[in-house]
Design a binder for this molecule. Sequence first.
Ligand code: ZN
Ligand code: ZN
Length: 313
Amino acid sequence: MAVTISIEIELGWGVHDVGEYPHLSEDGDAERAALRRLLDRCDAVGVPISFDVVGHLFEADCGGDHDGPHRPGWFENDPGTDAARDPLFYAPELVREILDRPTDHEVCTHTYSHVLCGDADRETVAWELDRAQSIHRDVTGEETTSIVPPRHSRPPSPALREAGIEVMRMSRDTSDRGRASRLKELVVGPHPVFEPAFVDGVVETYCTSYPSLTSSTLPSGQQPPLGPFRALPVGLRQRLHRQYLSRALDAAAARDGDCHLWCHLYDLSNDAQWPGVSSFLGELATRRARGELAVRTMAKLNDAVRAEAQTRA
Ligand SMILES: [Zn+2]
Ligand SMILES: [Zn+2]
């Protein structure tokens, strides 16, 4: 079975359409420190991650207008400055740091300006993907084949294929199973097992609708968890988080399935979430060494699913 980890890096772009940023640190320092700590740990255990990055973060500066076909006001909260003045909107050094690490991470796209692809018109989606690919070529030397659409809002498959995108992460909502079982899933699991599928020329890999690498019971970035969770001792919540992650592997192994865990960089950007994730990365490396599982980026997962589809054909 294979495990994929993907992490959204969006900083201010994740909610620029809302314009409120209580989950983020003011200057992006907490998020940058969390990324560095994560990359160090990945290098120590040799675990690669797919980082899906908002394209605008690759920019060192901009004039604030991007003259695309977006709805009026879409770039209203784009500061039109530079990385020194608005580090939540420009972060080229983060992309550089991921690429410069010895571990073979993947830098993929989360669109150029965090557009909700299912709501936007065709021209806007095409512009976003085109702009994202062009900045990937400039910075990484190649286009990306992987996308995580913002808020899992589904882009039309032809637009993806035209932009050279071959694999996409989508979420599957399990909240229809009822509130009690949803709560139980969030706290103790088991993480559901979803197989990747080949849909309309694009490989789809599925994850939960809630961040699954980090815990809903612990603070998400700078924001506290929901009230009912706060009543439990932090140490207990951290143990439950760690168990949730191990059980996610057990559940996938039992069904010989795949497991795709994800979160936003900001979710991880506090000291409550880190022990569970750090220790889990070690468990992944150990179980991989025992031959129990493979760890694949989205690009590698894409290769594997396509190869398998060809053998079957
Ligand atoms: Zn801009
Ligand atoms: Zn996002």
